[in-house]
Design a protein around this ligand. Structure first.
Ligand SMILES: C[S@@+](CC[C@H](N)C(=O)[O-])C[C@H]1O[C@@H](n2cnc3c(N)ncnc32)[C@H](O)[C@@H]1O
Length: 248
């Protein structure tokens, strides 16, 4: 396990493989989105831009995802939010998760993209306008009531609409960043100040930025150094902004 790469009053960032950390750290909520297995070899013209993404066979990718879900559901005492976009290299897995983990699926939230590009890679595809966010609960899956919630009387729905992410400058660098409204919504309604939120596939660190803004403790893990540097730079800016406007 590597030393902490960067830390703030609320959060810790680790550079490395999340599998080396998941059993050693203390957390109770997970908000994350794994690599999608875009399959550079598939011919999808944009796949090479996903520099971090593996080019795994179907079975290797399934092993990777199921190994991860096994550890994270075991360790998260409250909720795991797991966002996976359906693409050619993972389509069957997105459905298989429902069967294999049905005991622990409390809900499946839908991330709706208001303005998806008109087609996928070819004219005979339909536009991909939503993504799954599986909500796993190890100890609270029995009924539709949420034992752990921060709803405060708000009208909380199981879908989150956003525009696509193209305005986000980090989207150009990374290609698979969260829209800020995704972690914001999940943190705001499903976590408390006492929780510790982990994002083991942190990318450019949007989960950490939203935790800073909403005053939550967090852990980010990212295996690419280049993205860890970006996370650090973003967290420094975020905290400068907060000090400047005296937001703490
Ligand atoms: C889909 S992206 C997540 C993007 C993130 N939600 C954001 O808003 O920027 C997946 C990330 O997981 C990282 N990753 C892949 N395998 C990893 C591993 N074993 N441990 C830690 N990070 C990993 C990749 O480098 C990539 O940045």
């Amino acid at each position: 396990m590597n030393e902490i790469f960067y830390e703030t009053k609320l959060g810790k960032v680790y550079h490395g493989d999340c599998f080396d950390y998941l059993d050693k750290l203390n957390y109770n909520i997970c908000i994350t989105s794994p690599p999608y297995n875009m399959q550079k070899s598939s011919g999808f013209k944009d796949a090479k831009k996903y520099i971090y993404d593996e080019d795994l066979s179907y079975l290797e990718y399934e092993d990777f995802i199921f190994k991860f879900l096994h550890i994270i559901i075991k360790n998260c005492k409250k909720y795991t939010f797991f966002n996976l976009q359906r693409v050619a290299g993972n389509q069957k897995i997105t459905y298989k998760i429902f069967g294999k983990y049905m005991t622990f699926i409390k809900e499946c939230l839908i991330w709706i993209k208001n303005n998806p590009p008109p087609t996928g890679m070819n004219v005979d595809h339909i536009s991909n306008g939503y993504e799954f966010i599986y909500l796993f609960a190890k100890n609270d899956y029995e009924n539709r009531r949420f034992k752990h919630n921060n709803f405060n009387g708000n009208y909380v729905k199981n879908y989150i609409p956003t525009n696509i992410n193209s305005h986000n400058k980090y989207h150009e660098i990374h290609k698979a960043t969260f829209h800020p409204d995704i972690p914001k919504y999940l943190i705001k309604y499903f976590t408390m100040k006492t929780d510790i939120i982990i994002d083991p596939f942190a990318g450019c660190g949007e989960t950490g930025i939203q935790c800073e803004q909403l005053g939550r403790k967090y852990i980010l893990i990212e295996k690419e150094l280049k993205y860890c540097e970006i996370i650090k730079e973003r967290l420094i800016l975020e905290n400068q902004k907060r000090r400047l406007f005296d937001l703490d």
